[in-house]
Ligand binder design. Structure first.
Ligand code: PLP
Length: 372
């Protein structure tokens, strides 16, 4: 039996979420865009799901665009804002901490002539706000920052960033909130777009969402019929919308108890690691407790991942979508230490992680370190 410590890459779907999915998929299979009664009843499920999501995010349902995941939502925001504002400017500011669905979209735009600047990361993992201020210009049309990054779990000061960006009327703020939901309270005040994906909070894969504040103009990625929104053509997935709403409601309802349990597990691991000289903890002390990024000197991250996997422990080196055997960009940006960035790997915890799993993992890790 394996010890799964990769909840940042994916979480197991909650039974209640699966139940909602099954009911909606079975009973409301009709196309929500169809004009007949069956279509209308499917549309009702979408509307009520978006209503529940909007209430929890404290936004309006018209500001929500259902997507196939956070990667699509990030691409829609980054490319969509860039294309829609290309006459106002072609300068974008982002960070070294972004998921590949943001950094990859930025590289694509750079190849098309956009200028990209990356803001420095302070030793505590936070965006250097003074540097951010100095990078923003009249022709900056987008600032893209992850609320919580997937490698280190650093929590960025989104409110302060929103205030700074708010002083630049041509600039829109995109927040990748994929790793934030269920881990920190999310405040979208001053944010123009934000991406979410329920498979990170015990919902289902293949489903995501872009929050787009009223008045923010984005160019769609997928053109076609108007569907439930002009920003995303295609038949909306009624069952995924219902499952999304259920996962978000459960994550909000059980937020405190889940967080308390994960905090306890994180503290236990940090205490254990404090006695091992070769372990350096990369995640800042105030990172979300769900993510614990470490480096073991003398063992590359990929080698450690393999050694753990051979013993039944699932962890990740960088995020699941990044290029293998290259130094971690976030660890490098924060520590400026290439060896440490090459040795880094990520443990990610859940309220579902048991005491026994944690103890077994610690024993396996001790054995690997002493024999390598
Ligand atoms: N953004 C962040 C911070 C992530 O961690 C992930 C997934 O790992 C994504 C975006 C992409 O999400 P999805 O797999 O739903 O496209």
């Amino acid at each position: 039996m394996s010890i799964y410590l990769d909840y940042t890459a994916d979480t197991p779907p909650d039974q209640r979420v699966l139940c909602e999915y099954m009911i909606a998929a079975g009973e409301h299979f009709a196309n929500p865009n169809s004009a007949h009664g069956a279509g209308a009843s499917a549309k009702k499920v979408i509307d009520s799901s978006l209503g529940k999501i909007a209430k929890l995010l404290k936004v309006s349902p018209e500001e929500l665009i259902l997507t196939s995941g956070a990667s699509e939502a990030n691409n829609l925001a980054v490319k969509g804002i860039a294309w829609a504002s290309r006459r106002r400017g072609r300068h974008i500011v982002s960070t070294f901490l972004e998921h590949s669905s943001v950094s990859g979209a930025l590289t694509y735009l750079q190849e098309q002539g956009w200028e990209i600047d990356l803001v420095n990361i302070l030793p505590d993992g936070k965006v250097d706000l003074e540097h951010l201020k100095s990078l923003l210009r009249e022709d900056t049309v987008l600032c893209a920052v992850c609320a919580v990054d997937s490698e280190l779990g650093t929590v960025q000061p989104v409110g302060e960033i929103a205030k700074i960006v708010g002083g630049h009327p041509n600039c829109r703020l995109h927040i990748d909130a994929t790793q934030a939901v269920g881990k920190i309270p999310l405040d979208l005040a001053g944010v123009h777009t934000a991406s979410l994906a329920p498979h990170k909070f015990y919902g289902l894969k293949g489903s995501g969402l872009l929050y787009k504040a009223k008045g923010t103009v984005v160019e769609p990625l997928i053109h076609g019929g108007a569907s439930t929104t002009i920003y995303r053509s295609g038949t909306p997935d009624t069952a995924s919308a219902a499952a999304f709403a259920a996962a978000l409601e459960i994550a909000a309802g059980e937020f405190d108890e889940r967080l308390e349990r994960v905090n306890e597990l994180n503290q236990r691991l940090r205490q254990h690691f404090a006695d091992i000289d070769r372990i350096l903890i990369n995640s800042p002390a105030d990172a979300v407790p769900h993510i614990l990024n470490v480096s073991v000197s003398g063992i590359k991250g990929e080698q450690m991942r393999r050694l753990l996997d051979e013993r039944g422990v699932c962890v990740s080196v960088k995020s699941a979508c990044s290029v293998a055997n290259t130094p971690s960009r976030p660890v490098m940006a924060m520590t400026h230490d290439r060896k440490r960035a090459l040795s880094s790997w990520r443990i990610s915890l859940s309220h579902l992680t048991t005491d026994e799993e944690l103890e077994q993992f610690a024993a396996i890790l001790d054995e690997i370190i002493s024999s390598n």
